[in-house]
Design a protein around this ligand. Structure first.
Ligand code: 26V
Length: 813
C-alpha cells in the first residue's frame, strides 16, 4: 500500500480529512488512529479474500481452534509490523507531527480472555498465519471483556470493560453467515418408514448467532487468516412473532435481553469452576454456531462425509468447548442422516484436545440436570457415548467396576468434561513436558493406560513477533545488526548470539537497551502511579493472574523480610530493588483480593519509610493487560515464576520475559524446567520443593506449617506481622485470613517451606547483579536460547503431529 513514506503521508492525510471532514491540524489523535486503521484494514481485505480463496481451492485441510478466550490485545502495531510497513508509517507520521505509539494507545485492548490460556490462543493464531497454515480461531464476541481493575484504598474494584464502545476497527460483521442455535424444549422422536429413529425439537428457543470476523495477519503478510467471534442476537422469527412472545414471556424487550445475555460478558475466574447455567449456554452457543458454519463450508466442497476429517480438524482449547463432541454427533446423525458408527469415527478423527490445568477445582463438571434441561438432545447423545464407552471398557476388562467408575463420562450425577474430551478425540496433549508427565502418571493415568497413543506433549510457546519485534524494537534491532535478519523467520537462530557472550561491546549495548527500557517504564510508573523508581535498581517483576498457587504472597513476605532487615540495620548493604506487580484477582476470590491489599499496603509503607524508600520500592500496576505487559516485559531484570511445583501447567510469561533478557527466578515447575534445560544451570535461579516432593507431601499429609513457623525466626516475624500489630497490619484484622491460610489451614501452597530457599536465591541475585558483566552475559544466554520457545515451533508440532496440515501455497506467490 505504501511503498514510500511520501506515498503513505499523502494517502493518510487524504483519508483522515475525508473521513473526519476536518483538516489535518484539527483532527484529534483518535481521528488519526481511526484513519490509519481504516487504511490498514482496506489493504487487508484484499489479501484476506485471496487467502480464503487459496485455502478453498488448494483442497488443504483447515484447522479450527475453538476457544472461549482469545486475549488479542491491540492489533494496529502488530498488523503494521506483519505487513512490513511499520517503519514507513512510523516515519511518515513523525513528519506529520504524530507518534505511532500514541495512536496505538487509542485502540481498545481486546481483552477477551483471563490469562495464559487466552493469550496462548492469540499467539497461536499469529503463528498459524505466519506459517501460512490454514488455521482459524472460533470464539465469542463478549460485549464486556476482562473487567477493568481499579484500586480504591489499596483494594481491587472491578469496572466493566466496554471495549466496543467507540466501535471496533478490526471486525467485519457477516450477516450472511448467521446461524441459529437451539436451547431447551423437549425432544420428540419418530420412526420413518425404514424403521430409523429421528429426533426433533419441540418448544425450543432459537437464538441467532452472528459472526464477526477479525483478520489475523501473518508475518510478511503471507496469509490473512480469520478469527470468527460469535455474537448472540434474537432470532429473526422472534422479531416476526413479537406478539406471541409478549404473550408467552410477558415482556418482549426483557426476553430479547435474555437472549443477548449469552455473549454479554467473559467469566472472569480461571481457577474455580463456576457451574453457572449461563456459562454452559455460552459454551454450547460457541460450539453449535462454530460447527454449523464449518459444516456448511465443507458441504460447499461436495465431498462425501467420510472425507470430513481429511479436510477439517477441530481443536478444543481446554474442556470449555467439549460439547463439540456430542454436537458434531447430533449434526451428523439428526441433520445429515449418518449412522452412529460412521458419525463417531468421523468425530473422533477430527477432534483433538489440550488440557491446561491439573487443579482439581478448575476441572469442569456439569450437573446432569443442567445439561438435560439446557440442551436435551445433546444430553441424550452424551448418555449414549458414555454407555458405549463403558460397554467397551467392560469388554476389555470384564468385572473391573472400579476402572469403569473411574473413567465414566457421567458419574455422581455430573458430566465430566475432561472425560468427554478424551473419549471423543484422537489426541490429548499437555502444555509442557512436566505437565504432560503429571497427566500421564497421575491425573489421567487410567486414561493413559487405556489409550497411550492419544497422549502427547506440546510445550507452549509465544509469538516472538509481538513479544520481541513489536514490544522491544531496540533489542530486536541489536539482534538483527548482530546476526542478521534470519532469526525473524527462524527464531532459533537467535542462538547465533552466543558467539558474543564474551564480547564486551555487545554486552554493553545489551545493557544500554535494558537500561533505556527501564527508564521508559520508570517514566510511565511516575506518570501513572506517582511513584519515582530508580532505573538503576533491579526491576523484579511478578505479572500474572493472582492465585494462591502462583504465590504472590511469598514474594510479598520476602519484601516484608527485606523491610525488617533494613529497619533492624538501616546501614545494611542491599542492592536496590523495584518490585513490580501486575495481577487481577477473580472478583469472588477473597484470598487473592487480600493479597492485593497486602501488597498495596506494603508499597505504602516501604515507599515512604526513610529507612527503606531509597533501597526498595513496590509498585502494583493497575489493570494488568496485554498492552501493559508489552511495556513491563522489556524493562525486566528478574522474572518471578515461583508457583508451587506441579501446579503451573506451563506458564508463558516466563518465556516472554526470558526472550527480553530477564533472568528467571523460579521453581522447577511447568515450562521453567525446559527453560532451565535450555539456558543451563548458570543463567537461572531455581529454588524450592520439586514437583515430586510437593505431590508426595499432598499424598502423605505430613507437612506441618506450624513447625516451620515455630522453628524459624525470620518466618515467624513476617507471619506475625500479618496477625499482630505491625507497620503493615496497623493492628487491624485485615490480614488475618492470610495468616490463617498459612498457619490454620497449613499453608496449602508451601510458602513457608520454600521461604528460606527463596530468600537465599534472592540474595544470590542481589549479589550477582552487582557484577554487571556477568549479569549481561546471563541475560544474553536467555535471549539466545529463547527462540526455542517461539510459538512457531509449537504450532509446527501441532500441525505435524496432531492436525496433519501443511503450508498452503498462495495464489500470487
Ligand atoms: C477455567 C475456567 C473455569 C470456569 C470459568 C472460566 C474459566 C476460564 C478458564 C479456565 C481454565 C484455566 C486454565 C488455564 O488458564 N491454564 C493456564 O494455561 C496456560 C496456557 O497453557 C498455561 O501456561 C498456564 O500454566 C495454565 O495455568
Amino acid at each position: 500500500m505504501f511503498s514510500s513514506k511520501e506515498e503513505f503521508k499523502e494517502v493518510f492525510v487524504k483519508n483522515l480529512e475525508s473521513e473526519t471532514g476536518k483538516t489535518k491540524d484539527q483532527a484529534t489523535e483518535q481521528d488519526a488512529y481511526r484513519a490509519l486503521s481504516h487504511l490498514v484494514r482496506e489493504r487487508l481485505l484484499q489479501k484476506w479474500k485471496e487467502t480464503e480463496q487459496a485455502y478453498q481451492t488448494s483442497g488443504k485441510k483447515q484447522v479450527y481452534y475453538f476457544s472461549m478466550e482469545f486475549l488479542m490485545g491491540r492489533l494496529l502495531g502488530n498488523n503494521l509490523l506483519n505487513m512490513g510497513v511499520l517503519n514507513v508509517v512510523e516515519e511518515g507520521l513523525m513528519d506529520l507531527g504524530l507518534t505511532l505509539p500514541i495512536l496505538e494507545e487509542k485502540e481498545a485492548d481486546a481483552g477477551l480472555g483471563n490469562g495464559g490460556l487466552g493469550r496462548l490462543a492469540a499467539c497461536f493464531l499469529d503463528s498459524l498465519a505466519s506459517l501460512r497454515l490454514a488455521g482459524h480461531g472460533v470464539g465469542l464476541r463478549y460485549r464486556n471483556g476482562m473487567f477493568t481493575q481499579r484500586f480504591v484504598n489499596g483494594q481491587q474494584v472491578e469496572l466493566p470493560d466496554h471495549w466496543l464502545q467507540d466501535g471496533y476497527m478490526w471486525e467485519v460483521r457477516r450477516d450472511e453467515a448467521a446461524v441459529e442455535v437451539q436451547f431447551g424444549g423437549e425432544i420428540e422422536s419418530y420412526e420413518d418408514k425404514d424403521g430409523d429413529l429421528h429426533f426433533t425439537y419441540k418448544n425450543s428457543q432459537s437464538i441467532r448467532a452472528v459472526p464477526y470476523d477479525l483478520p489475523v495477519v501473518g508475518y510478511e503478510e503471507k496469509s490473512v487468516n480469520t478469527l470468527r467471534l460469535w455474537s448472540a442476537e434474537p432470532a429473526e422469527e422472534d422479531l416476526l412473532n413479537k406478539a406471541q412472545i409478549e404473550q408467552a414471556h410477558g415482556n418482549f424487550i426483557g426476553h430479547q435481553r435474555d437472549l443477548e445475555e449469552i455473549t454479554s460478558f467473559l467469566y472472569p475466574d480461571d481457577s474455580h469452576e463456576e457451574g453457572k447455567k449461563l456459562r454452559l449456554k455460552q459454551e454450547y452457543f460457541l460450539v453449535s454456531a462454530g460447527l454449523q458454519s464449518i459444516i456448511a463450508q465443507f458441504e460447499e466442497l461436495d465431498l462425501p462425509w467420510t472425507d470430513f476429517s481429511e479436510r477439517v480438524a477441530l481443536h478444543i482449547n481446554d474442556t470449555h468447548p467439549a460439547l463439540i463432541v456430542p454436537e458434531l454427533m447430533r449434526i451428523f446423525m439428526d441433520v445429515k442422516g449418518l449412522g452412529w458408527e460412521e458419525a463417531w469415527s468421523i468425530t473422533q478423527s477430527s477432534v483433538s484436545y489440550t488440557n491446561h490445568t491439573t487443579l482439581s477445582e478448575a476441572l469442569e463438571t456439569w450437573p446432569v440436570d443442567v445439561i438435560r434441561t439446557l440442551v436435551p438432545r445433546i444430553f441424550m447423545i452424551i448418555e449414549e457415548i458414555n454407555e458405549r464407552f463403558c460397554q467397551s471398557l467392560w469388554e476389555q476388562d470384564p468385572g473391573d467396576f472400579d476402572r469403569i467408575a473411574q473413567l465414566a463420562i457421567i458419574a455422581d450425577g455430573t458430566v465430566k468434561m475432561a472425560h468427554l474430551s478424551i473419549v471423543g478425540s484422537h489426541s490429548v496433549n499437555g502444555v509442557a513436558r512436566l505437565h504432560t508427565d503429571i497427566l500421564k502418571k497421575r491425573e489421567m493415568k487410567a486414561f493413559y493406560e487405556a489409550f497411550p497413543e492419544r497422549f502427547n506433549n506440546k510445550t507452549n510457546g509465544i509469538t516472538h513477533r509481538r513479544w520481541l519485534l513489536h514490544a522491544n524494537p531496540s533489542l530486536s534491532e541489536l539482534i538483527t545488526n548482530t546476526v542478521g535478519e534470519g532469526w525473524k523467520r527462524q527464531p532459533n537462530r537467535m542462538k547465533e548470539l552466543l558467539a558474543y557472550r564474551e564480547d564486551g561491546t555487545f554486552l554493553d549495548e545489551l545493557h544500554q537497551i535494558k537500561q533505556q527500557n527501564k527508564v521508559n517504564l520508570a517514566q510511565w510508573i511516575e506518570k501513572d502511579h506517582g511513584i519515582a523508581v530508580n532505573p538503576d535498581s533491579i526491576f523484579d517483576v511478578h505479572i500474572k493472574r493472582l492465585h494462591g498457587y502462583k504465590r504472590q504472597l511469598l514474594n510479598a513476605l520476602h519484601i516484608m523480610h527485606l523491610y525488617n532487615e533494613l529497619k533492624a540495620n538501616p546501614s545494611k548493604e542491599m542492592t536496590p530493588r523495584t518490585f513490580i506487580f501486575g495481577a487481577k484477582a477473580a472478583p469472588g476470590y477473597y484470598f487473592a483480593k487480600k493479597v492485593i491489599k497486602l501488597i498495596n499496603t506494603i508499597a505504602e509503607v516501604v515507599n515512604h519509610d526513610p529507612d527503606t524508600k531509597d533501597t526498595i520500592k513496590v509498585v502494583f500496576m493497575e489493570d494488568y493487560s496485554v498492552s501493559l505487559a508489552e511495556k513491563i516485559i522489556p524493562a525486566t531484570n528478574v522474572s518471578e515464576q515461583i508457583s508451587t511445583a506441579s501446579k503451573e501447567a506451563s506458564g508463558t510469561g516466563n518465556m516472554k520475559l526470558m526472550m527480553n533478557g530477564a533472568l528467571t527466578l523460579g521453581t522447577m515447575d511447568g515450562a521453567n524446567v525446559e527453560i532451565h534445560e535450555a539456558v543451563g544451570n548458570d543463567a537461572i535461579y531455581t529454588f524450592g520443593l520439586s514437583s515430586e516432593e510437593v505431590l508426595s507431601y499432598y499424598q502423605t499429609g505430613i507437612y506441618d506449617a506450624m513447625e516451620m513457623y515455630n522453628h524459624d525466626k525470620r518466618i515467624r516475624r513476617v507471619v506475625d506481622q500479618l496477625y499482630h500489630y505491625s507497620p503493615f497490619s496497623k493492628g487491624d484484622t485485615t490480614f488475618h485470613e492470610l495468616y490463617h491460610a498459612l498457619i490454620t489451614h497449613n499453608d496449602e501452597y508451601f510458602l513457608l517451606k520454600d521461604f528460606n530457599s527463596y530468600v537465599a536465591a534472592q540474595e544470590e541475585i542481589s549479589h550477582d547483579y552487582l557484577n554487571q558483566r556477568k549479569w549481561n552475559e546471563m541475560s544474553l544466554l536467555n535471549i539466545a536460547h529463547s527462540g526455542a520457545f517461539s510459538s512457531d515451533y509449537t504450532i509446527q508440532n501441532y500441525a505435524d503431529d496432531i492436525w496433519k496440515i501443511s503450508e498452503a501455497k498462495m495464489l500470487n506467490g
